[in-house]
Ligand binder design. Structure first.
Ligand code: FE2
Length: 152
């Protein structure tokens, strides 16, 4: 059996067992991980003491930073998963798989991320006119869904 077919067969078997599967494929000599949605931890998490989060909690909380506003009125919103410089890892079995940005109660952006090659970071440009609160939501495949907000 050729390598590619063998990897896909193994991934399907892992999914059938309820596990997380990574398909390693070779494109031009570089490996790319393709994450499945199966087996992800989708439990909503909050810090036990929001005023004094632990390093583990800080590592999963998305940090929102506003950048410049362009000539059309769109402001750069940078989101990094990990606060106070404690950056969440991106390894084959532990990574941030998505980041969302909410303006008040409206989903205005979502970025899906891949293990190893991407880390928990994204940027959106949004028009913040009339927006009172921005909330970033991030999913860790192992440790659930975390969020944090800033008031404008
Ligand atoms: Fe994690």
């Amino acid at each position: 059996m050729e390598r590619r077919k063998a990897l896909k067969t193994a991934a399907v078997a892992a999914l059938a067992l309820g596990g997380t599967a990574l398909l390693a494929d070779n494109h031009g000599g570089k490996d790319h991980g393709i994450a499945s949605k199966e087996g992800m931890n989708r439990v909503k998490m909050t810090p036990a003491d929001p005023k004094n989060p632990t390093d583990y909690e800080l590592k999963h909380m998305p940090e929102i930073k506003l950048g410049k506003t362009d000539g059309k009125g769109f402001t750069s919103v940078k989101i990094t998963v990990g606060k106070n410089g404690i950056i969440h890892p991106s390894t084959a079995d532990h990574w941030i798989d998505y980041i969302e940005l909410w303006a008040d109660n409206r989903l205005v952006g979502k970025n899906e991320l891949q293990p190893v090659i991407s880390r928990g970071y994204t940027t959106f440009k949004i028009n913040t006119a009339g927006v009172k609160k921005l909330t970033a939501v991030a999913g860790c495949n192992l440790h659930g869904i975390w969020e944090d907000s800033i008031t404008l």
